[in-house]
Structure formats: C-alpha cells, structure tokens
Design a protein around this ligand. Sequence first.
Ligand code: SAH
Length: 347
Amino acid sequence: MNNLLNKIKSNNYTKNDLIEALSLNSDEAVSLFSLSDKIRKDYCGEKVQIRGLLEISNICARNCNYCGVRANNDLVQRYKMPIEEIYSIALDMDKKGVKTLVMQGGESKTYNPFDLADLIREIKSNTDMAVTLSLGEHSFETYKLWKEAGANRYLLRHETANKEHYKYLHPDGVLDTRLECLRNLKKLGYQTGVGCMVGSPGQKTEYLAEDLEFIRDFKPEMVGIGPYVMHEHTPFKGEPNGDVFLTLKMLALVRIITKTALMPATTALATIGNEGYKKGLSVGCDVIMINFTPQKYKILYEIYPGKKCISENTDTILSTIKDLIISCNRQVSIDQGHARNIIKNQK
Ligand code: SAH
C-alpha cells in the first residue's frame, strides 16, 4: 500500500499502479486520502477559492449523450442571457468579494464572439475579477480574441482520454479536436482546465487511469472532476450515476499527481454525495463554485437533474459556503486565486 502510494507520489508509476489505486477499498483508501490531504496542505495551503458561476446560455449545437441540454433535447426551453445582464451580475459579484467570474454555456455561435470580447473587456476594466470561460470548442482565432480581451482561464474538460470512449459519449465529437483546442488554449496563455466525469456510461477503471496519465502529461492548471449524473432526456437514460467513493479516489490521485492544480469540489459531487463539498475539500480540493445564475435561467440549465442549490439568494449561498469552508478548518480566499505554476514542483 505505502509502496504503491510512494510510487505515485514520486511520479514513478505504471498504468496498473493507477488502476490498483483506483480499486482500493474504503479501509485502504484512508492512507490515499490522508496523503492527498497532506499534499494539498504542503503545495496549496489552506485557502479555498470561491468562483462565481454564471450559466449564460443553454443553447447548444452539440449532442453529448450524457448532457441534458444537448441540441436534440426538444423539451428544453432555450435562453441566452443579455450581455447587459451578465455585466450587471458581474459587478454585483465583484462587490460581494467574489473575484472570479466563470461564464459557462452551451457550445454555439449564439453570442457574437466580438460582443463577448467587448463584455470581457468591460468586466476586466471595471472590476477586480479574473474571467474564466467555459464555452466549449472554438477556433484558435476566437480563443485568441477572448484572451486578448482579458480572459484569464478556460475550462474545457477533456471528458475522457480514451478515443473510443470519447466517441461513445460524443457521437458528433472527436477526441483529437478537443485536445487540439486544449493545446491552443495553453499556447495562448490561458490557465487551462481539463477534467472528466467519473462513472460516465461505458467507462472502465482503465480509462480513468488513462485520464490520470493524460492529466500528468498535459499539466493543466485546473482539473474538474465530478460523478456522472443521469438525465432522463438523453440517450443514456437509465444508466446508473457515478460512484462518489470512486470520484473521491480520482480527486485524491489528481492532487497527488499534479500537486498544485486548482481543483473544485464540484457541484455534481455535492449533488449526489452526502456532504460532497466537505468530502471533496478533505481529499485535496481547493475550489468551490457558487452559482450566481438568476433563478429563471438556472432551472433551464439542466445539464443533469437536481443540481445542488443551497438557496435562491446568492448572499445566503455565499455565507453558507464560507461557513462550510471555515468548518473544515480552511480559509476563504479573498484574491483571484490564479494558477500556481510559478511554484509548481518546487517542493
Ligand atoms: N459546453 C461546455 C460546458 C459543458 S457543461 C463544454 O463543452 O465544455 C460542463 C461540464 O459538465 C461538462 O464538461 C461535463 O463534464 C459536465 N456534465 C455534463 N453533463 C453531465 C451529467 N449528466 N452529469 C455530470 N456531469 C455532466
């Protein structure tokens, strides 16, 4: 056991070692979790970053088989938040001390890229916020436009590092294109986020090991990992949800392998895991995203059902999350919480 964890910690492991670690039982996983928590302490400290999430549009051109807002789901009422509304919520978040705005949405040409660039520029010049985008696959030129407008980070989960599995999840997508987008984002200087779901249909433990190898090699600044949550109105209707314990082992391994990556205790984990945020924070996570999407849109951004939502009132959510962080003996960060590359691998 200790030998296995030492190998992983010192970057001297095989794919089989990763599979073995992902297969630990709950007694054995205690040492995995305490190692990942120790590495989090040593390399990342006690601060937990709060990010403000805005789900700006559920209009999507893609047909990801797991996602509730996939293009072919006719039951979804589609929306696009007006630019002015996004801007005014951003100002509000900034005032409340939330120093990162994450704009997420379906992948489409709903917004003119130049309009979004203008919005990013406005936010960057009138607030003290970092801007993160999570809007799917776009051309190098579009990513460049948004980067030059001031965007700091981009979240684009790779979803699975296995080609066949990728095709199974995304009938209209190709893994190589996704990876090309990720390389472009890095080239452009974005702090880049990858990630995957745990327990997505068709997934084998071996594929999760491949995800970990991909994460090791790509060296992302951020990694988002949550359990798959079944949505009735998708081709994956009836498939079981991902396993919370396996998700925690995956998060712990990401912490041990990357040392410094920013890693959220995801909403999906909080949704199906009892005390999911706390569990995530205890195995190496150091970020929590708070949903600032107005209620009328939030209910329509149903990528999976039952999304954890503590309250409709963002002040209440903020104070609940802050209390939760403090109850875990951690600190609420008040800065923008940029990537830690500078100190990467120094310890
Ligand atoms: N259109 C953007 C944002 C997608 S939503 C993009 O393509 O990147 C953000 C993430 O939610 C996805 O990357 C996916 O990993 C996750 N997700 C989508 N449907 C889900 C489901 N049913 N259960 C759990 N996570 C899901």
